[in-house]
Structure formats: structure tokens, C-alpha cells
Design a protein around this ligand. Structure first.
Ligand code: ATP
Ligand code: MG
Length: 556
């Protein structure tokens, strides 16, 4: 998007203020901290664009930090996919880091808090701790373990680390304020016991730090200047600051922005995982998924996603973005970049009765009429028998039908004008063949016929056509906010995937590459599926040519 005049978002304002006052010596270091427990989705793209975008704009850097403190749900498959997606979006991280690399340091921080009398080992059960926390209007009460001596706390915490206790038997808590109006400050948990195989540290650690004791400290260890997260972490900020202050470590600061919410989809990784595990979609990269990998397989480009994130901006208040905006962005991009090709999705045969048997012409078609020079051209074979779209013919056409019917003429794209003089039906009354005459001196680019026709239709030469499967996608959910439903899966759109198994493509499409956008003329934007093979060509529809959705909703 052209944005020379765009005003600063509130985080840019903070960064510019910090640069003016030479805070951190004018250094800007952000981080993107995914938990490797799922694939990245379009919401993460917003965070990526913001964190990496800030660093780019202010000549800083961004770390990629895997926030891997929950061994049960995390996996290296996710680590790899996350790296691939960030690179694909066009961003480069300064360092690839893992919270698990800081486990020893975080442990030492915890011991430091204990020594300062600011943390204690609590033997209470989770239920007892919850009950003693009070309510937002009533203060909490201390458990019997709150006043253990520093020496005892050190010994017990060491024993936790050595694996002497069962899960749930003990936790480490900060000793802050049981009557704080902020529930997060009422002696929050810092460590829990967990016997699980961690994807990087294996069984080395039987205890794991909680988010609140890992995140800010990791920021400080890396000397992050601006730690940007979503609004739900606002109540965690006092604890973030408390830990940094008490540990006397680098003063990273947390800033919160509104997460991206998109209608007609879900964005929690837990829900996305359910869709995959319960086979509502093929995989994390199913083209109907809001994941980066799904959007990529669907034919979205990095530029369109970055543009989308740029257009929605950075806000301090939650809102819901219309899926139509994301579709608008990819349409904008593909209109400029996609190569034009012809494909027939619902074929019916046309025979040009006055065209010589066996004759083949190699016609020229520009790849991209949107740019000067057309980005070159490709050859399109033309012959006596063509596939055309079934709905481009009507036996009894109404007045303003500018396509084919008895006695009607159209131009065949990049080729000749043809006039329909006959058609053939089968015993069930279905039209099976359309017969036309072509006008020999009406060839595109050298037309001397003087004829004017209103309609142009696409076509594919029968003997040259490549058969393909084409997948048409609709929204995955029937309601705007599936997450608000009792069972979000009950709102899955049963027609979100329509498979056309006998589409015909112009032969040049046999060499299409996944990730390259093609406009199938008059039909929409498509890309080769990543699982397509030479024997079994598969194309995905990225998006329709125009926004038909808004109209559909109005019609009801
Ligand atoms: P989920 O709740 O789906 O598991 P998460 O927020 O826990 O998502 P993380 O892997 O922890 O996922 O997220 C990494 C970063 O991406 C965090 O900084 C988080 O705030 C940000 N993020 C996640 N979802 C969104 C969203 N919808 N919009 C903007 N940023 C997001
Ligand atoms: Mg998270």
C-alpha cells in the first residue's frame, strides 16, 4: 500500500519517543514469541508484521523466540513450520532462540527471588490455592506454607528440580500481595512440576516455568526493548514489571495491541488442531484454514498478507475484520501479477463445422495484460473442436444474452468470431454439442471482418486440453463468529469444498508452478495445488474475480 502520508500507530509513537530520548541508546529490538504448539495463522501474521515491521522501520532487529515451556503440546514439526512461514512472509530474524535454552537461568532467577524472601514453595493443591486466592472483591488468605524460611524454600525448590515430588505436589509461588486488586499479583505460580518429554530438553527438567515467569525474563535476557503482545496481557503487566524490578535485570517493557479477529473463521490453535485431528479439513495447510500455510496453498501471496496487515492497522481496541478485506487484498495483488490462462470448468463441446479437419493454429496470448509488454506471451493451440463453458450456451436465450445460442455470435478469446447454427441433444434432452461457423477474417489482432459482437468467451482446444481437478473453496463456517457458538464445529459449512474432477485446461498450464497465481479468464484466480502431479493436475481457486459474497448475503 502507498502510505507516505500514513500517520504513526501508537506503538510507533512510543518507539519514536524512546528514540528521541535515546532510551536504550537508540536501539530497537523486538521479538516474535510463538509457542510451537501449532501452525501460524493470519493473526500471527499481524504480530509478525508489527514486530518485524517496527524493527525494519527503525533500523532495529527482531528475535524469533520459541516460547516452549509446555512440553506436552509442543513439537519440532511446529518449529519448522513456523520458521518456514515467517521466511515466506519475507521477514528475517536476527536470532533463533528458545525459552528452553534459558531454563537454567530462569531457575537461578527463581532461587534469587527465594533468597530475597520473594518466593516460596507451596504444598497446597491447585484447588486449595484457587480457594485461598479470594475473589476480585475479597482479599485472598495465606496458605500454611507462605511463611516458610528461606532455607527451607531453597531446599524444597532444589528437591523439586531433582524430581523428588509428584506432579501437583508442590509449586513455587511469588510472594507479592494476597489482597491486590489484580488477581495476577496474588502470589502467582512461578513453577510447576511436570514429567514430560520436552522436544528440546528431553527429560532434563521435571519443573517448568509458568508463562509469567518465563516471558518477561526471556525478554530481559535478550535485552528486548519493546515487548509487544495482545490486550489480554494487560493485567499481567504489573507482574512482568515486578519480576524485572525484583530480579534487577534489563528493563524490557511490555506494550499491548488488539489481536486480529476475522469473521467466518476461528483462530485459536486449539480449535484449529481439532479441525485437523477430527478430519474436518485435510491438514493444517488445507486451503480453507486461516493458517499461513493454508493461505499459501490456497494461492495467497506474501505481499497480499502484508498489505492486509498494513490496512487493518494497529489498534488498542478489539474489533472484527471482515474476511472480504483479506479477499480484496489478494484480488488486488493477483489482478496485477497473475498470468491469464483459459480453463473450462463445466465443459460442453463446440464443433466449428467450417474449420478444416485436422488443422491446428498456434495463437498468441499475452501473459499479463496489466503490465506493459504483457510479461511475454504463450501459444494457445486452436482446432476444429473446442471445449466451452456449458452456461455460455442457451437453447432459448433471453434478449440480453450476449453469448451463444442459435443464430448468436461471440468472439472466442484470442481467436475468431463464431456463429452458432445448430446443436445436438441426447435422448434426455441435454445439449451435448454446439455447432458453429467461424469467420476466417475475424482473427483477434488482424480482424478485417467489420463484425461487432458483444460477448467474448473462453475455450480450450479438445485435442490439446489437459484434464485437471479443480477445487473451489467457500468459507469454512456458516456464521460470522463460530467461536461464540456452543459447538463451533456445528457451524462448519458443508459446502466449503466443491471438487470439479473433469475440468479442461489450456496445455500451457501443465507447467504451472504452485504458488504462482493464474487468472482463469472469466472464472477467478487459481494456483496449482502443492500435491498436484503431472498425471493428476490439481488447481485451487484462490478467490473469485469479484466479491460475490456481499451479494449472496443480501439475497439471503
Ligand atoms: P492461541 O491462543 O491460538 O494458542 P497464542 O496467542 O497462544 O494463540 P502464540 O504462539 O503464543 O499463540 O502467539 C505468538 C504471538 O502471536 C504472540 O505474541 C501473540 O500475542 C500473537 N498473536 C496470536 N494470535 C494473534 C492474533 N489473533 N492477532 C494478533 N496477534 C496474535
Ligand atoms: Mg500463547
Amino acid at each position: 500500500m502507498e502510505n507516505e502520508e500514513k500517520s504513526l500507530n501508537f506503538i510507533e509513537e512510543i518507539v519514536e519517543q524512546d528514540l528521541r530520548t535515546e532510551k536504550h541508546d537508540g536501539r530497537v529490538l523486538t521479538r516474535f514469541p510463538p509457542e510451537p504448539n501449532g501452525y501460524l495463522h493470519i493473526g500471527h501474521a499481524k504480530s509478525i508484521c508489527l514486530n518485524f515491521g517496527l524493527a525494519k522501520k527503525y533500523k532495529g532487529k527482531t528475535n524469533l523466540r520459541f516460547d516452549d515451556t509446555n512440553p506436552v503440546t509442543e513439537d519440532t514439526e511446529y518449529v519448522e513450520s513456523i520458521k518456514k512461514d515467517i521466511k515466506w512472509l519475507g521477514f528475517e530474524w536476527a536470532e533463533e532462540l528458545y525459552t528452553s535454552d534459558y531454563f537454567q537461568q530462569l531457575y537461578d532467577f527463581a532461587v534469587d527471588l527465594i533468597k530475597k524472601g520473594l518466593a516460596y514453595v507451596d504444598d497446597s493443591t491447585a484447588e486449595e490455592i484457587a480457594a485461598a486466592k479470594g475473589t476480585p472483591t475479597e482479599p485472598g488468605t495465606p496458605t500454611p506454607y507462605r511463611d516458610r524460611s528461606i532455607d527451607e524454600n531453597i531446599r524444597l525448590f532444589e528437591e523439586m528440580r531433582l524430581g523428588k515430588y509428584q506432579e501437583g505436589e508442590k509449586v513455587l509461588r511469588a510472594k507479592i500481595d494476597l489482597s491486590s486488586p489484580n488477581m495476577h499479583m496474588r502470589d502467582p505460580l512461578l513453577y510447576r512440576i511436570k514429567y514430560a518429554n520436552h522436544h528440546r530438553t528431553g527429560n532434563a527438567w521435571p519443573i517448568y516455568p509458568m508463562y509469567d515467569f518465563a516471558h518477561g525474563q526471556s525478554d530481559a535476557i535478550e535485552k528486548i526493548t519493546h515487548s509487544i503482545c495482545t490486550l489480554e496481557f494487560i493485567p499481567h503487566r504489573p507482574l512482568y514489571d515486578w519480576c524485572i524490578e525484583k530480579l534487577e535485570i534489563f528493563p524490557s517493557k511490555q506494550y499491548e495491541f488488539a489481536r486480529l479477529n476475522l469473521n467466518y473463521t476461528v483462530m485459536s490453535k486449539r480449535k484449529l488442531l481439532q479441525l485437523v485431528n477430527e478430519h474436518h479439513v485435510e491438514s493444517w495447510d488445507d486451503p480453507r484454514m486461516p493458517t499461513i500455510s493454508g493461505l499459501r496453498r490456497r494461492g495467497y501471496t506474501p505481499a497480499s498478507i502484508v498489505d492486509f496487515c498494513d490496512r487493518i492497522g494497529v489498534a488498542k481496541r478489539e474489533n472484527i475484520i471482515d474476511m472480504g478485506l483479506l479477499e480484496f487484498c489478494i484480488r488486488e495483488d493477483l489482478n496485477k501479477t497473475a498470468w491469464r490462462r483459459m480453463a473450462v470448468l463445466d465443459p460442453i463441446k463446440m464443433i466449428i463445422t467450417n474449420y478444416p479437419d485436422g488443422q491446428i493454429e498456434e495463437l498468441e496470448g499475452e501473459n499479463n495484460p496489466e503490465v506493459e509488454g504483457g510479461e511475454g506471451s504463450r501459444k494457445i493451440p486452436f482446432s476444429k473442436e473446442l471445449w466451452i463453458e456449458r452456461d455460455d450456451f442457451m437453447e432459448e436465450p433471453p434478449k440480453k444474452f450476449f453469448r451463444l445460442g442459435p443464430g448468436l455470435s461471440v468472439r472466442l478469446k484470442n481467436a475468431y468470431i463464431v456463429e452458432c447454427h445448430n446443436f445436438v441433444k441426447d435422448e434426455n434432452g441435454n445439449v451435448t454439442e454446439i455447432h458453429c461457423n467461424y469467420i476466417p477474417n475475424s482473427k483477434s489482432g488482424e480482424d478485417t471482418s467489420g463484425l461487432k459482437v458483444k460477448g467474448t468467451i473462453h475455450w480450450v482446444s479438445v485435442p490439446h486440453a489437459k484434464k485437471a481437478e479443480v477445487r473451489l473453496y467457500e468459507r469454512l463456517f456458516n456464521v460470522e463468529n463460530p467461536a461464540a457458538e456452543e459447538d463451533f464445529k456445528s457451524t462448519i459449512n458443508p459446502d466449503s469444498l466443491k471438487v470439479i474432477s473433469n475440468a479442461y485446461l489450456e496445455p500451457d498450464l501443465a507447467t504451472a508452478e504452485a504458488g504462482k497465481g493464474y487468472q482463469f479468464i472469466r472464472l477467478g484466480y487459481f494456483t496449482l495445488d502443492t500435491k498436484s502431479t503431472t498425471e493428476n493436475l490439481v488447481f485451487n481457486r484462490t478467490v473469485t474475480l469479484k466479491d460475490s459474497w456481499a451479494k449472496e448475503v443480501k439475497k439471503g
